[in-house]
Design a protein around this ligand. Structure first.
Ligand code: NAP
Length: 277
């Protein structure tokens, strides 16, 4: 009888030392008693294709992909899911037994599942959503909000052209608003999402005026370091329902873990604690 292979997975990026994914996957491997490994791998852009093509030969069943390789891996994949194509980037690769590389993007799934868990009373169809930022994470957020049936997305970004591009890609439900007007559109929102890097440790603070936030509005920050950003603190004081960014990070990891290790993991308080350790 042939010996059972121990599945290997990991995360490919540059730099990679900050990634919390290894802690999350290792927590699940331990929790479910699965023999397997999840390894952080720093790979330079010039080596990306060689590295990805070598991993399946070494026993890897798949990897997560993070900054700066999420767009570049699309050219290496043999099959790309519709949601990854729509977003223009992939964060999860599956190395299939037939040698094909399958690419998916689970950021939108992570975003919407986190929102459902953190704000169970929120109905996407109930009114407009304000999305701050138009980078890679914003594309995943806008795609999921369109799919969830949000009637209007007020999208604002420092570089207006990037927001206009999203409107072109995601359609008429997206309305682009000047960055300087961001504070003036909060009042009409049922949901406010910060997808910019502003407010993150080591980055400038988000300086959008927040006095328009209404009690009951759901406010979600994708930033998870720190866990409570200025946006979330101000929103909480204004009586909003706040949802931090850690849950998105945890939920986006679920589909990959399930495909690689054959067990759908639970996102619970122990998972949050493991990610924060
Ligand atoms: P990105 O593609 O580089 O986009 C960065 C965004 O931030 C752009 O909209 C950019 O505006 C804006 N921005 C940066 N500096 C700014 C400034 N000084 N003033 C105004 N706007 C500024 O990055 P990303 O991949 O979308 O990630 C964005 C953030 O989301 C990161 O902090 C990341 O950690 C977080 N994130 C969290 C999760 C999660 O699981 N919780 C998942 C994905 C991302 P311009 O277009 O004008 O440059």
């Amino acid at each position: 009888m042939s010996e059972q292979k121990i599945p290997l997975a990991g995360v490919v990026g540059a730099p990679i030392s900050h990634s919390r994914s290894p802690r999350v996957h290792r927590h699940w491997l331990n929790t479910y008693g699965i023999q397997g490994y999840y390894i952080p791998m720093e790979v330079a852009s010039g080596d990306l294709e060689d590295a990805i093509r070598t991993l399946p030969k070494m026993g890897f069943v798949g990897v997560n992909v993070t900054i700066p390789h999420k767009e570049a891996v699309m050219a290496i994949a043999d099959q790309i899911t519709d949601r990854a194509t729509l977003i223009g980037a992939a964060n999860t690769l599956i190395f299939r037994p037939d040698g094909k590389i399958h690419a998916d993007n689970t950021d939108g799934y992570g975003f919407i599942t986190n929102l459902q868990q953190g704000a169970p009373g929120y109905d996407p169809k109930s009114g407009p959503a304000v999305v701050l930022g138009a980078g890679g994470a914003s594309r995943a957020v806008v795609a999921s909000l369109v799919e969830a049936g949000v009637p209007e997305i007020l999208l604002t970004n420092r570089t207006r052209d990037r927001a206009e591009q999203l409107r072109e890609d995601f359609g008429q439900r997206v309305r682009v608003v000047d960055w300087v007007q961001a504070g003036n559109i909060l009042e009409e929102a049922k949901l406010v999402v910060n997808t910019t890097s502003l407010g993150m440790v080591g980055k400038p603070e988000l300086r959008v005026p927040l006095d328009g936030l209404q009690p009951g509005t759901v406010v979600n920050d994708l930033i998870y370091a720190p866990l409570q950003t200025r946006l979330l603190k101000t929103a909480e004081e204004a009586g909003c329902v706040t949802v931090d960014g850690l849950g998105m990070l945890l939920h986006q990891a679920v589909p990959g873990f399930e495909r690689w290790f054959g067990q759908r993991p639970e996102v619970d308080n122990a998972t949050r604690a493991a990610a924060l350790r």
